[in-house]
Write a protein that binds this ligand. Structure first.
Ligand SMILES: Nc1ncnc2c1ncn2[C@@H]1O[C@H](COP(=O)(O)OP(=O)(O)OP(=O)(O)O)[C@@H](O)[C@H]1O
Ligand SMILES: [Mg+2]
Length: 450
């Protein structure tokens, strides 16, 4: 068939819109976290024994009722959050149940970035955000910096964003104030306006600044500002300034132990506490090193580089690291800035344990950069595709056959270990030991294979 490119793209775009509508509405959005967890699973999330939780449930009238699937009592993610608040209400150490930021604590801004495409940046970011909610009750702000909107797809379908965003939905570009108005080349939004850019998801306490095609405008706007050089802001500070402005006006106010009154969780208080502040911000990147991405890195306290370990991957990684290093050095010449004051690390991903090249690359990296490389990593898994096809994490996905269940459970173990390793560096002392258990098993199995 002949024609022209415009016509081809128009037809394809129309067809894709229709396809997306049916995929999102019929499959993904309708089933978005309807999943439930057993008492045993909740006890693990809460880091208590199941016997303790059962006893606690009998002694507390306000313990969530749950629902019965066959003979098993199961709970939603909202009921899990309710349990946390109830437990915190009578605990000696309430922050064990809701690991919320205190007033004097810094706000971690954690970036998942690499220049190479398809290295599991979005998967890692989505699983980490959900892990923080499930295991710690943290309030997580997610920012999607990728016009491909992968991370947005994991979270769309909530109260604040019931369908895929349109080009009018505020994205990170708006958050950073990068759309020019008649009055000014950029906008320093009021803190309350910035807070409204975080949209509620179906996860209690997780809010999202979504991405869409127009998010790529960020790059064009910054390039324009670099050439126009308006007074007042360096070209790398748009996001950093906006986050700091938001942060200073949205401190943590409610303590976990204040949520319970006369033995019952004050639901309104819990809901408002879940949205009054954030315990950390997570940013997912597009595979590139652009000025917009540089702005995001300058706004971050931690950089996590998810990276695959195939032949050319280390060369790509090296390009990214050196490119970024050059940019950071240039900025530091201009201004004494604290950049990446938290933990920074390289996370190997989609590692094939039977592939010698993968394992050798990791061994070399661990030898030459023992402090920079995480010794726990994401292994390649075939069963992840069942969940990713629905833009669901393994935490959300409910497998319908025992075979799929087994593969997903293995991946959950892997994800828990990676997330626990990230926690051990980002919030030392808060880790639960899943990373150590995984390493013991992995390196022992390896010995047996040899
Ligand atoms: N451990 C794994 N095993 C198998 N497949 C995986 C694994 N991790 C991620 N994938 C798959 O690899 C693909 C890319 O993952 P993801 O979208 O998270 O990468 P990304 O780095 O964010 O990509 P992009 O650079 O396009 O933003 C997805 O199809 C995902 O399901
Ligand atoms: Mg991605």
């Amino acid at each position: 068939m002949s024609g022209n490119l415009e016509q081809f793209l128009t037809e394809l775009s129309r067809g894709l819109d229709k396809t997306m509508v049916s995929v999102n509405k019929e499959m993904t959005l309708k089933t978005r976290i309807q999943r439930t967890w057993s008492m045993r699973q909740c006890a693990r999330f809460l880091n208590v024994s199941v016997i303790y939780l059962q006893k606690f449930s009998r002694q507390n009238e306000d313990f969530p009722a749950g629902a019965y699937v066959g003979r098993e009592r199961v709970f939603t993610v909202h009921e899990l959050m309710h349990m946390r608040a109830l437990l915190a209400g009578s605990a000696k150490r309430p922050y064990d149940y809701l690991a919320w930021r205190k007033r004097e604590d810094p706000l971690p801004v954690i970036s998942f970035a690499s220049q190479k495409g398809g290295t599991a940046k979005s998967l890692t970011a989505a699983h980490f955000a959900q892990y923080l909610s499930l295991h710690y009750g943290m309030r997580v702000g997610i920012m999607d910096a990728d016009p491909q909107s992968t991370l947005t797809l994991y979270f769309v379908g909530g109260e604040g964003l019931s369908a895929m965003p349109t080009q009018n939905t505020p994205s990170m570009v708006d958050f950073a104030g990068l759309f020019a108005s008649n009055e000014a080349p950029y906008i320093d939004h009021e803190p309350a306006v910035l807070d409204r850019f975080f949209l509620k998801t179906q996860w209690p306490g997780i809010r999202l600044v979504p991405a869409h095609g127009e998010t790529s405008e960020g790059e064009i706007q910054i390039a324009r500002l670099v050439s126009e050089r308006p007074k007042g802001k360096a070209f790398y500070r748009y996001l950093r300034d906006a986050i700091e402005r938001w942060r200073d006006h949205h401190p943590p106010l409610t303590a976990p132990q204040d949520l319970v009154e006369e033995g019952r969780v004050n639901k309104q208080k819990l809901e408002s506490a879940l949205n009054e502040t954030l315990d950390c911000i997570i940013i997912d990147y597009q595979p590139a090193l652009t000025l917009f991405q540089l702005n995001n890195i300058i706004a971050s306290t931690s950089l996590v580089i998810p990276q695959t370990m195939k032949g050319f991957d280390i060369a790509t990684l090296s390009t990214f690291v050196n490119g970024l290093l050059g940019m950071i050095r240039q900025i530091l010449k201009n201004e004494r800035l604290d950049i990446g004051a938290g933990a920074n690390m390289l996370l190997p991903t989609i590692v094939q344990r039977t592939n010698n090249q993968d394992i050798n690359q990791i061994a070399n990296l661990l030898e030459y950069c023992p402090a920079e490389v995480l010794p726990v990593f994401y292994l390649r898994s075939d069963s992840i595709s069942n969940a990713s096809d629905m833009y669901q994490s393994v935490y959300e996905y409910q497998a319908d056959t025992p075979g799929k269940r087994k593969g997903i459970d293995r991946f959950i173990e892997n994800a828990d270990a990676v997330n626990d390793a990230l926690i051990s560096r980002l919030w030392p002392g808060l880790e639960r030991g899943y990373a150590d258990q995984w390493m013991d098993a992995f390196y022992q199995d390896d010995g047996e294979d040899a």
